[in-house]
Design a protein around this ligand. Sequence first.
Ligand code: CTP
Length: 394
Amino acid sequence: MLSGKNILVAITGGIAAYKICELIRMYKRANANVRVVCTPSALHFVTKLTLQNLSQNEVGVEEFSPEQYKPEHISYADEADIMVIAPATANTIGKIANGICDNLLTSIACAFTKPILIAPAMNCGMWDNNFVQENISKLKNAGFTILEPESGFLACGYEGKGRLCSLEEIFNKTLETLQTQKKLTGKNILITAGGTIEPIDTVRYISNYSSGKMGIALADCAYKQGANVELVTTVDVEKPYTVTKVKTAQDMQKAVGQSFAQTDCIIMAAAVADYRAKNVANYKMKKTDDGNEISIELVKNPDILKEICQKRTTSHPLIVGFCAESENLLKNAKEKLVKKGCDYLIANDISRKDIGFSSDYNEVTILSKNGDFKKLPRAAKTEIAKSILEAIYE
Ligand code: CTP
């Protein structure tokens, strides 16, 4: 199952380290090439000799070796297709989330550009600690896969959440990640996300309630599947792929235009404001005493989606639009697909509170230009993202 795959198993200093000996055997039985790297504290729980015998490879602990022409952390990072950190202690999680590289394992994690799975294991009080949870969220947002610990009886005598998840779960996730990773390898995918912000003066603006979650989920998913991703977004995010931060529709138009020629697929998930203030005051506008009303003159923003569809000469790049409707969803979506000229349109019902804008869930219909359509039932945006990418790259 894992023939030809290079798995880097990274072990940190927790009692669950002994279980990883069996995980290495599982990978080896599936024909993977396994290399092991340990923190010095991991060696209090398992010996180098055991790990060396099981992996049939030398085990890395020291960061700098005089025999190597390349620093160790770079050579390990170059070679592996996936890094599996198990068990991951609160200490190592904190270091990775904050860019600290004070041993071989954390330095490799920092240099690693391919998928990283993290299986935490610790005392339940440590797992519930606010700082640990903040670090976990940081890692999740940055595209790491966290295999949450299980609840149960812990080695420290406590009962609660903190026990290493099952080895089968780690093995299956490794397999799934390596299989999906291949699908979009080499594809350059640009995704827009978030609502644009159109200033009125130095302190006020016009915008919308878009959270950017759908676009970000698509970008994370495409990245996990091996694509070179550029996320053009109005939302502040830290990601292991290229993030181009923009504010207005015109900024977004420029960013999309700059990458257009090198892109294989553009997904316009952003909620672009249709209008902007004609004149933006470079001071805070004051209220006046003459009358109760004021008018702000608005001018049309560029329709980025329509423009890029018109600009392409062949069917390259593949262009996918989103469609936010509060009534007559399918009828309006069909018309919009033709009007914009894109290959696919993802129709989104924004009138429902349990899906769409700001929610973690969505329910969409994928319409294609040849008349096909596919309804995706309500699911987490991460799952919807997977299905959208699958449908358009089928
Ligand atoms: N879009 C765009 N530029 C705009 C407006 C929208 O590129 N100025 C894109 C969106 O990113 C989305 C698609 O067009 O992919 C449809 O957006 P939507 O808001 O549903 O439609 P509009 O074109 O704005 O039309 P209307 O608001 O009248 O429904």
